[in-house]
Design a protein around this ligand. Structure first.
Ligand SMILES: [Zn+2]
Length: 99
């Protein structure tokens, strides 16, 4: 999904949700040792052939259910906000800071 003006990036939405897969609390990264091992393994191979490690998108270490929850939350906020051309520059239209 492209980034929307006036909204935080998707990974902030995802982090704001509790993970139903591993139980990570809001603000904490997912406990995903297999995903982490896969990325570490790939980078170890790259290191052996003299290539730099791949940049890891922070979403790659999150569980799919949590990404879905964050994505739905972002979708709701985007739908509830004014059209992009009616938004004020620099203003945030998300509901992440609200309880
Ligand atoms: Zn998780």
């Amino acid at each position: 999904m492209p980034e929307e003006p006036g909204f935080p990036p998707l990974h902030e939405y995802v982090l704001a949700h509790r993970c139903s897969t591993c139980g990570a609390q809001p603000g904490q990264p997912c406990d995903a040792p297999q995903k982490k091992a896969e990325i570490d393994g790939r980078n170890a191979v790259r290191d052996q052939v003299g290539r730099p490690p791949l940049e890891t998108d922070s979403l790659h270490l999150m569980h799919a259910a949590r990404i879905d929850a964050g994505s739905r939350h972002q979708d709701r906020d985007v739908v509830a906000a004014p059209w992009p051309e009616d938004r004020e520059a620099g203003r945030r239209y998300d509901t992440l800071d609200q309880p």
